[in-house]
Design a protein around this ligand. Structure first.
Ligand code: MN
Ligand code: MN
Length: 453
């Protein structure tokens, strides 16, 4: 079971480093699910994929994509085999934990304008204080216009942030547990401190609203129909003196989304129809119209049959899904030597050892897990070994230490074969997550091998 470090395979590391640069460009501008999908669509179109709305017939070799509400995409390369024979599917999620502005967010208190937030996904709240944060998202106005907001990523922009107590006055706070020291209702961002002259009531808030009105033509009421997310400001950076790793916000799960997408883009001909599906809302249970539980994905397959001129479309969709194989791609908890006690060393994921497979995830007695069929896992092992992909197997931490889930079980409900796969990450769900460049590259290579196996 000895796993060789994947770096040692590359005498010339340039191909690994070049791919990492592409990933850094992607993740630096993909600060929320909308941005991640917008970039994905740009890449799809640059690589010959056509929006299904512009298509009225499809044939072998066609490259098409479906876009769902700007937050969820499914892209296909039509294979030479009948679609009923099943698809090869790569799936990942593009949402990440963060703070969301509330519907009525802006208030003034003691000379500050503040923005009230509601956190999204699983966060350790203390990690989100005293770091530079950016505002990204959209404001939808009553007249139908959608205004893109990004304040804080451009180095010339201002940033916002969540304050924390000075250590000198924190004796009560320091007695509290990590989970209680920072309260959810206290994760409010500071938006300004300059009063607008001549205004008596809430002059600082009024000034902030005036700036937003001038720059974006939005009113306070417009925040009701908006999605503004507060995320770490700034681009991805090389991490480590050897530049072997990448520090960035949102590796969970955009590292898997990017590698899955690139694997599809760089594939030419396939026997089985190849698919990459990128979903939203995984961090809050894969719910809603753009999450993995949505009917969107199966509807896209029904539409493929329709565009092929087939009858009995719904039944054939069922058959195609049942005959499909999937790598459900989500990050794994990388082994952190400073916190070794949460891991069982021989069933852990190590940075630098390549693509991770998890037969099961879940918590306690594997609760909530898709426990993959060993017959299918054997096929995947063979595929990876034949393509000389470095891979490893892992569980999410020690038994009884916690746990988590992915979208794997949702797709497995169609009775398809699904195995969890992904990239090991340190600091998962923190504002700054860490991945190894070589794992990102091995994931991409592994996914590509899977699509054509
Ligand atoms: Mn994830
Ligand atoms: Mn997650």
């Amino acid at each position: 079971m000895y796993r060789k470090n994947a770096w040692l395979k590359y005498d010339d590391k340039q191909e690994v480093l070049n791919f990492a640069e592409k990933y850094k460009s992607y993740i630096s501008v993909s600060k929320n699910e909308r941005a991640a999908i917008k970039e994905a669509v740009k890449l799809l179109e640059a690589n010959g994929f056509v929006n299904v709305d512009k298509v009225n017939k499809i044939k072998t070799g066609d490259r098409i994509y479906f876009l769902n509400k700007n937050k969820n995409v499914a892209a296909y390369i039509i294979g030479s085999e009948p679609l009923e024979n099943g698809l090869r599917i790569l799936g990942a999620h593009v949402d990440s934990p963060r703070l969301d502005l509330k519907e009525n967010p802006i208030y003034e208190n003691k000379g500050f304008a503040l923005g009230d937030t509601h956190y999204y996904g699983g966060i350790k709240k203390y990690q989100w204080t005293t770091i530079p944060l950016a505002l990204v998202g959209v404001v939808c106005k009553k007249d139908g216009t959608v205004i893109d907001i990004n304040i804080g990523d451009n180095p010339n922009d201002p940033v916002v942030g969540v304050t924390d107590l000075l250590i000198h006055l924190a004796s009560d706070q320091m007695e509290k547990s990590l989970g209680k020291a920072i309260e959810g209702e206290n994760l409010d961002i500071t938006l300004g401190s300059m009063p607008l002259s001549g205004v008596e009531k809430e002059p600082v808030k009024t000034n902030v609203l005036k700036i937003l009105k001038e720059k974006y033509d939005i009113e306070e009421e417009d925040f009701v129909s908006a999605e503004i997310e507060i995320v770490p400001a700034g681009p991805a950076r090389d991490y480590g003196l050897d530049r072997s790793m990448i520090a960035a916000y949102g590796h969970d799960d955009r590292s898997c989304a990017f590698t899955s997408l690139m694997a599809l883009l760089d594939t030419k001909e396939v026997k089985k129809t190849a698919c990459c599906v990128l979903v939203d809302k995984e961090e809050i249970g894969s719910v809603g119209a753009t999450g993995a539980h949505s009917l969107f994905f199966e509807n896209t397959i029904a539409k493929l049959f329709k565009l092929m001129g087939e009858s009995h479309v719904l039944w054939k969709t069922r058959v195609a899904l049942e005959n499909s194989e999937m790598l459900s791609s989500d990050v794994s908890a990388g082994y952190d030597p400073l916190y070794a006690y949460v891991n069982e060393a021989k069933n852990s994921a190590y940075l630098g050892e390549g693509l991770v497979f998890n037969k099961y995830t879940g918590s306690r007695g594997k609760s909530g897990s898709n426990d993959a069929q060993p017959e299918y896992y054997a096929f995947i092992r063979k595929t990876m070994d034949e393509a000389n992909v470095n891979w490893q197997n892992a569980e999410l931490g020690k038994v009884d230490q916690g746990g988590g889930g992915t979208i794997a079980y949702i797709l497995a409900n169609y009775n398809m074969k699904v195995l969890d796969a992904g990239i090991p990450v340190l600091n998962m769900h923190a504002p700054m997550e860490i991945v190894s460049k070589v794992d990102v590259y091995e994931a991409y290579r592994g996914y590509k091998a899977f699509l054509v196996a």
